[in-house]
Write a protein that binds this ligand. Structure first.
Ligand code: G4F
Length: 332
C-alpha cells in the first residue's frame, strides 16, 4: 500500500515565505492546507490560482477557536506558523494589533495544536526573526548573532516576535512538543512585498531605467542587513522539522550590507553608476528606533541541518531587478 501523504498546515500562506514553502512542500509530495483570513481577502483569488494544490481554510491567528477548527480539518503532521504583521515600521503604527497577531497568535496556534493533537505528534515551526536581537553595538558578536546571543528587540514587532519565540520554547519544555524556532535573518526575492526596502528599490530601479519614474524616496540608508534569498530559507524551515531532536536554528548568509550598497549594486546592474541623483530621503520612512546592523552566524544550521544559502548578495539583487524589469516593461 502506498504511504499516506504527509500533511502540512501553513499560516501566512498569502505571504512571501508561504508561497515559497507551498511550492517546496508540493514538490515533496505533501498535502497542503493554508490558513486565509477574512471574508473578502483580496489575496484569495491570486492564491487559489497560483497554488491550486493548496486547500484554503478560513481562520485567524487572533481567534483560537478558528485555529482548533483548522487543526481538525487539516489534521496536519507539520504546522508552519508564518503568519504575522511582518512590517517593522508598521508595527509602530499599530502596536496592539501587532502584539495580538505576531505575539499572542503564536500562543493561540500552540494551544490549538495541544488541544487537538492527543498523541503529541504534530511538529511546529515558529517563524522567529533576527529583529529579536536589535542590532545594537553592545550585544553584537563580531562573527554574527548565534542562537545563544542576547536579545534586545527595538520595535513592537520585535517584542511580539520575542514573545512568540519564548512561548514556543516554553511549550517544548513544558509539554514535550516538537516545537522549534527558525531565527531567520532578512530574506527577500521576487515574491517580496513592495513595502520592504529591497523590493521598493528594485522596483524603482526598473521603473527609473524604463523611464516610468524619476526617483525613489527612502528613510535611513546606513542600516545594514544580512540579506538572503527566501527560496533558500524555506528549505531550512523544512529541514528543522525533519530532525530527531527539536532545536532552534539561525538561518543567515553570514554577510552584511548597507542599504547604500544595495542601491549601488541594483543601479549598477542596469548601467547607472551613480544612484544619488535618483534617491531622496523622506523622514516618513524612518523609524522611532532603528536596528543598526544585523549579521547572522549560520554555523549550527550548516553543521546540523546541512543547510547553506545558495544565492549570494549580487545574485539576489540581480534576480530581483531582472524580475522587476520584466514586469515593468509590460507597462510601457
Ligand atoms: O525592508 P525592511 O522594512 O525590513 P526589516 O525592518 O529589516 O524587517 C524585515 O526583516 C526582518 C528580519 O530581520 C523580518 F523579521 C521582518 O518581518 C522583515 O521581513 O527595512 C530594512 C531597513 C530598515 O533599517 C529600514 O529602516 O531599511 C530601512 N529603510 C530605509 N528606507 C526602509 C526604507 N525600509 C522600508 N520598508 N521602506 C523604506 O522606504
Amino acid at each position: 500500500m502506498a504511504e499516506a501523504k504527509k500533511r502540512a498546515l501553513i499560516t501566512g500562506i498569502t505571504g512571501q515565505d508561504g508561497g515559497h514553502l507551498a511550492e517546496l512542500l508540493n514538490e515533496k509530495g505533501y498535502e497542503i492546507f493554508g490558513i486565509i483570513r477574512g471574508q473578502h481577502n483580496p489575496k484569495r483569488e491570486a492564491t487559489e490560482s497560483e497554488f491550486p494544490y493548496v486547500t484554503l481554510i478560513e481562520a485567524d491567528l487572533t481567534d483560537a477557536s478558528s485555529l482548533v477548527r483548522a487543526m481538525q480539518l487539516a489534521k496536519p503532521d507539520e504546522v508552519y506558523n508564518l503568519g504575522a504583521i511582518s512590517h517593522v515600521g508598521y508595527s509602530f503604527k499599530d502596536p496592539m494589533l501587532t502584539s495580538d497577531v505576531t505575539g499572542k497568535g503564536v500562543l493561540n496556534m500552540l494551544e490549538a495544536i495541544r488541544l487537538t493533537d492527543t498523541e503529541n505528534k504534530v511538529r511546529f515551526y515558529q517563524a522567529s526573526t533576527s529583529e529579536m536581537y536589535g542590532g545594537l553595538e553592545y550585544n553584537r558578536p563580531k562573527n554574527g548573532y548565534t542562537e545563544e546571543a542576547t536579545f534586545h528587540p527595538r520595535s513592537p514587532y520585535g517584542v511580539a516576535k520575542l514573545y512568540g519565540y519564548w512561548i514556543t520554547r516554553n511549550y517544548r519544555e513544558s509539554y514535550n512538543m516538537f516545537a522549534v524556532s527558525g531565527i531567520l535573518f532578512n530574506h527577500e526575492g521576487d515574491r517580496r512585498g513592495i513595502e520592504f526596502v529591497t523590493r521598493k528599490i528594485t522596483n524603482a530601479v526598473a521603473r527609473i531605467k524604463l523611464g516610468l519614474q524619476d526617483h525613489v524616496e527612502l528613510g535611513d540608508l546606513w542600516p545594514k542587513r544580512d540579506w538572503g534569498y527566501a527560496g533558500d530559507y524555506v528549505e531550512g524551515m523544512w529541514r528543522m522539522l525533519q530532525q530527531d531532536v527539536p532545536k532552534d536554528y539561525v538561518l543567515a548568509t553570514g554577510e552584511t550590507h548597507s542599504i547604500e550598497e544595495f542601491l549601488d549594486t541594483a543601479f549598477k546592474h542596469v548601467g547607472i553608476d551613480d544612484w544619488k541623483p535618483y534617491v531622496k530621503q523622506n523622514p516618513a520612512f524612518m523609524r522611532p528606533a532603528e536596528v543598526d546592523v544585523l549579521l547572522g552566524d549560520p554555523t549550527k544550521a550548516e553543521k546540523e541541518l546541512g543547510w547553506k544559502r545558495k544565492v549570494d548578495f549580487p545574485g539576489l539583487v540581480k534576480l530581483m531587478v531582472d524580475h522587476d524589469l520584466a514586469i515593468e516593461s509590460t507597462k510601457l
